[in-house]
Write a protein that binds this ligand. Structure first.
Ligand SMILES: C[S@@+](CC[C@H](N)C(=O)[O-])C[C@H]1O[C@@H](n2cnc3c(N)ncnc32)[C@H](O)[C@@H]1O
Length: 483
């Protein structure tokens, strides 16, 4: 295995990435916020250029687990190859729970937690963010992987919110389990002290005696740096209207990640988030001058995260590993997962993906690029179709039909187009832009090979596909370079 690279986003399954790229004892802090087995689908909600909520929603990832062939196979792998304590626990849980969805979830999580334990330094810490759906089972697994004596805290992240069922108490917290790899670990108490309550400050304005068992321990004073924080944290969720919000489902507040990173790592340390979503942990790490690694299996997450990092930090440098870099790689991705291929291909032209439930006129479209033209007016649209398989001239005729109700049509294909298809595209003529006072080909065919070589769509300057993240000032001190 090569040396550890940092400030890297990996696109792929974290189990494979951990095994392939992350050496033993190389990470100082792991924060993971995996799907919780909540049986929900999570949609990204796009915003229009005006900042309004758009119609377009797309299922980014699903949190429904079923006992299938992969779960069965992984279960046997764990029983045969995992550390004996872990194998015995999983076997025991399986005999109690059977082949059900919770067991499928635990079987997915277990080998990943074993890998995370391997890559953590001896002084490292792991924070597993989950909720009461599966936290009790995950704690059993973590006790086996890390050892029960290395359990440090069960942090309750409490948040306020509306929408409570009248049938039980409001469910208003997530659980964050903190384990360390050994009995020696980093805990920067002074970095995370909290303000004292007003009542405490008031009480301490007067002399407070401290006599215990007849002995006088003298005057008690408050610590000028603040109070020792406890394990219940009240931090607001990222509200739908908050500037911090990017539309990515399950986005966690930056304040939560900052507290974790300040408490359990030092400047220059390496922070890993193997389920990183829109990258809150990475943004917090960058802000606090830590090095970082993020992994996500969803290309949209990689895209949202890359943009978020670039928008937040001027001149930031990082690498993305795992995206196709040639036609063979693109073909492999298309073969493995058609949706991920489509989202990746759309990213090459900066198009916004459309969800699966497309209505009427948008049927057959995979993405859109909007651009302002003719002020003042609504944005114009270029519609985008992505094909990874066999293509035919009738595909171009269909796109021409859809494009006739829009400004332009873009056809992205893995296979090269035939001459007949090119002729059909040319016959569509031009879109005239009043704002730029020029013509653009109405239908444009671009191959993946051409896009990878740097070819771009000919069109007026487009609107950004995702909201812009706010600039974040980086902590003063040495700025971390890629390593
Ligand atoms: C709950 S979200 C994380 C949200 C993140 N904490 C944030 O603030 O944006 C979970 C993420 O895990 C990703 N994921 C699920 N299974 C994965 C796997 N096997 N490997 C890598 N990422 C995975 C999903 O695509 C999703 O983006």
């Amino acid at each position: 295995m090569d040396e550890l690279k940092t400030n890297v986003l990996y696109f792929g399954d974290n189990l494979e990435i951990l095994r392939k790229y992350i050496p033993d004892n190389s990470i100082d802090l792991i924060y993971l916020d995996p799907p919780f087995s909540s049986k929900k689908d999570y949609n990204i909600i796009f915003k229009e250029a005006t900042g309004e909520r758009s119609e377009a929603q797309i299922k980014v990832f699903s949190d429904t687990w079923t006992w299938d062939k992969i779960a069965e196979r992984t279960y046997y792998d764990i029983v045969q190859t995992a550390p004996p304590d872990v194998a015995t626990l999983i076997d025991a849980l399986h005999s109690v729970l059977g082949n059900n969805d919770v067991m499928a979830y635990l079987v997915m999580m277990t080998p990943r937690l074993v890998e995370m334990h391997r890559v953590l330094k001896d002084t490292g810490s792991l924070y597993l963010h989950c909720d009461p759906t599966a936290s009790h089972y995950l704690k059993l697994v973590l006790d086996r992987v890390f050892g029960p004596t290395n359990f440090r805290n069960e942090i309750v992240w409490y948040y306020r919110g509306a929408g409570v069922s009248p049938k039980y108490f409001g469910r208003r917290h997530d659980t964050i389990l903190l384990y360390t790899k050994s009995s020696k670990w980093v805990f920067n108490l002074d970095e995370v002290r909290m303000p004292y309550a007003e009542a405490t400050i008031e009480r301490f304005k007067h002399y407070i005696g401290n006599i215990r068992n007849g002995r006088d321990f003298g005057i008690q004073e408050l610590n000028p740096q603040g109070k020792h924080p406890d394990d219940v944290w009240e931090i607001s969720i990222v509200a739908p209207s908050a500037k911090e919000r990017l539309g990515y489902p399950t986005q966690k507040p930056l304040a939560l990640l900052e507290r974790i990173i300040k408490a359990s790592s030092n400047e220059g340390d390496v922070v890993l988030d193997p389920f990183c979503g829109c990258g809150t942990a990475l943004v917090a790490a960058q802000k606090l001058n830590r090095r970082w690694l993020g992994i996500d299996i969803t290309h949209l997450a990689i895209r949202v995260m890359s943009k978020r990092l670039k928008d937040s930090f001027t001149g930031i440098e990082f690498e993305v590993i795992g995206e196709p870099v040639d036609v063979a790689g693109a073909r492999a991705l298309a073969h493995q997962d058609r949706y991920q291929f489509q989202w990746w291909a759309l990213s090459l032209v900066e198009a916004q993906p459309l969800g699966e439930k497309k209505k009427g006129a948008d049927k057959g479209i995979d993405g859109v690029i909007t651009f302002p033209d003719e002020r003042p007016t609504r944005a114009k649209r270029a519609v985008v179709q992505v094909k990874s398989g066999h293509i035919h001239v009738k595909d171009i005729r269909e796109l021409k039909d859809i494009a006739s109700r829009n400004a332009m049509g873009i056809f992205i294909t893995l296979e090269p187009p035939t001459r007949e298809m090119q002729t059909e595209a040319v016959s569509a003529g031009y879109y005239h832009s009043p704002l730029w006072e020029r013509d653009y080909p109405k239908i444009q065919i671009l191959t993946i090979e051409e896009l990878l070589a740097g070819k771009t769509v000919e069109m007026p300057s487009p609107n950004p596909p995702f909201p812009k993240a706010q600039k974040i000032p980086q902590k003063e001190g040495e700025q971390m370079a890629m390593g």
